[in-house]
Design a protein around this ligand. Structure first.
Ligand SMILES: Nc1ncnc2c1ncn2[C@@H]1O[C@H](COP(=O)(O)OP(=O)(O)OP(=O)(O)O)[C@@H](O)[C@H]1O
Ligand SMILES: [Mg+2]
Length: 225
C-alpha cells in the first residue's frame, strides 16, 4: 500500500546542511499499524510529511496505492491526499470557533463541497470515536482526550485508506493516551484503515503491528535500507 524507496531530504540553513532523511526506505501493508520511533530531531515528521505529500523529498520514490505521488501535479496530489488520507496531529489542530460537529463537517466540505449528508456523516464519525454527547461542544469546552477524538473523527470522516498520525498522544497523560491508542486499534480493525504513527513515546509501540526505529535520518532496526 505504501512503498517508499531511498528518500533523501536535506534542509539548508545558511552554511549548515541538515540531512533529515538519509536514504530511508519502507513499505507498509494494508491494515498495518506501523510506528516510527526515534529521538527528537531524527526526521520523523519530515518522513511523515514526505510520505503524505505535504513536502517533497530531494530524492527517492513514493508509491501509494500503486500511484507515484511525486509525479503528480499539485492539483492531482491535493485531490489524492483528500480522498485517500487522514491526518492526526499532536495539538489536534481544531478550529476554535467551530463546534465538534462543525469541525468534522468542514473536513468533508473542504474535500468536496458537493458531498451530500455532511451532517449525518460527521455525526456518524463522532459516534465512532465515542463523542455522541459532545457534538455541540466547542474545542475549549472539551478535554484534551476529547479534542483528539474530534480530530480523529475529522481524520476518518471521508473514509480514507491511510491515516498519518504525528505524536497523537504527545499532549495527553498516559491513561488518556492509551485510550486514544485503543481507539486507533479499534478503527484499524473495524474500518480497515492503515495507520502510520510517528512518536518518541516507546509505549505506543505496544499498540503497533510493527515498530521502525529511526535515528539521524535513517532506520536503525527493522527495515531494510
Ligand atoms: N523547515 C526546516 N528547515 C530547516 N531544518 C529543518 C526544518 N524542518 C526540520 N528541520 C531539521 O530536520 C531535522 C529533522 O526534523 P523533524 O522535524 O523531522 O524531526 P522529528 O523527528 O519529527 O523531531 P520531534 O520528535 O522533535 O518532532 C531536525 O534536525 C530539524 O532541525
Ligand atoms: Mg516531529
Amino acid at each position: 500500500m505504501i512503498e517508499a524507496h531511498q528518500l533523501v531530504k536535506t534542509y539548508k540553513n545558511g552554511e549548515i546542511n541538515v540531512k533529515a532523511l538519509d536514504h530511508v526506505s519502507l513499505s507498509v501493508e494494508k491494515r498495518e499499524i506501523v510506528s516510527i520511533l526515534g529521538p527528537s530531531g531524527c526526521g520523523k515528521s519530515t518522513l511523515l510529511n514526505c510520505l503524505s505529500a505535504i513536502d517533497n523529498p530531494d530524492e527517492g520514490k513514493i508509491m501509494i496505492n500503486n500511484q507515484n505521488i511525486l509525479e503528480m501535479n499539485d492539483k492531482k496530489v491535493t485531490k489524492f491526499r483528500a480522498e485517500n488520507m487522514g491526518f492526526i496531529f499532536q495539538f489536534y489542530n481544531l478550529i476554535p470557533v467551530l463546534n465538534a460537529l462543525e469541525n468534522v463537517e468542514l473536513a468533508l466540505l473542504a474535500q468536496n463541497s458537493k458531498i451530500k449528508d455532511t451532517k449525518t456523516k460527521a455525526e456518524n464519525a463522532l459516534k465512532k470515536v465515542g463523542l455522541n454527547d459532545r457534538m455541540k461542544h466547542f474545542p475549549h469546552q472539551l478535554s484534551g482526550g476529547e479534542r483528539q477524538r474530534v480530530a480523529i473523527a475529522r481524520a476518518i470522516v471521508h473514509n480514507p485508506s491511510i491515516i498519518w498520525a504525528d505524536e497523537p498522544t504527545g499532549a495527553l497523560d498516559t491513561k488518556t493516551g492509551n485510550k486514544i491508542m485503543d481507539l486507533i486499534l479499534e478503527l484499524n480493525q473495524s474500518e480497515s484503515m492503515t495507520f502510520v504513527i510517528v512518536t518518541h513515546d516507546d509505549r505506543i509501540a505496544t499498540f503497533s503491528n510493527r515498530i521502525l526505529k529511526m535515528d539521524s535520518g535513517r532506520f536503525i532496526k527493522g527495515e531494510s535500507q
